[in-house]
Design a protein around this ligand. Structure first.
Ligand SMILES: [Zn+2]
Length: 218
């Protein structure tokens, strides 16, 4: 009996004093992501956002298509991308729930920046082209938004455009620089046609990814 107790005690002591394996520092992971980007595809579900006048295309669908191209371009360049949605559905049963869930994802701890993808519309149907918004007063957000609009105008061969200050739910992110990218105007016939085109989507998506990386990795 004494011997059994001694053996059990020895096993217990060895178990208690054996060194625990060290935690793996992130720098030793085989492929650490260069940057962590939160990507938000605007609208979804019954909230389709703007609707194309000529084709009836839904903004929510274009945001998902173009956004996925941005995600791929960022992932190809070594970024980790967290999406607010991955399908056509909204991420909450009501608009309020959807915004709460989106807001929680947008302010995920550790994100280097957030990017929201939307399509614009305006009463004057001649207005066209991409625009980038940052939260008014947010210096880093402004720098990010300017990098993205610079990359977009360069890719489109247009003259430079300033990023616009605004006050939007998706740029009121407390812990990371944020940009709202309005990729073009669904109220403009030419923009609507182009935004539905795969090659044009790829051009814009690559430019958005380049702009984000120009900010994160100058
Ligand atoms: Zn929108």
């Amino acid at each position: 009996m004494k011997r059994t107790i001694f053996l059990l005690l020895s096993v217990f002591l060895i178990a208690c004093t054996a060194p625990t394996p060290p935690c793996r520092p992130i720098a030793l992971l085989p492929d650490p992501p260069k940057f962590f980007v939160v990507l938000d595809y605007g609208h979804g579900g019954s909230d389709s956002g703007a609707v194309g006048i000529d084709t009836g295309v839904k903004e929510s669908d274009l945001n998902l298509q173009l956004g996925e191209r941005v995600a791929k371009a960022l992932e190809d360049r070594g970024c980790f991308v967290l999406r607010t949605r991955t399908g056509a559905d909204a991420i909450g049963k009501t608009k309020r729930d959807d915004m709460a869930a989106r807001g929680a994802i947008l302010c995920t701890e550790g994100a280097d920046c957030t990017v929201s993808i939307h399509m614009n519309k305006f009463a004057d149907r001649s207005v066209r082209g991409p625009m980038c918004y940052y939260q008014a007063g947010a210096e880093e957000g402004q720098a990010l938004a300017q990098c993205v609009i610079d990359a977009l105008t360069e890719a489109l061969g247009k003259s430079g455009r300033l990023a616009n200050p605004g006050n939007n739910f998706v740029t009121r992110v407390p812990n990371a620089p944020s940009v709202l990218v309005e990729c073009g105007f669904l109220s403009n016939a030419e923009d609507e046609r182009m935004l539905c085109d795969e090659a044009y989507q790829r051009l814009l998506a690559d430019a958005i990814a380049s702009g984000v990386l120009a900010y994160l990795d100058p």
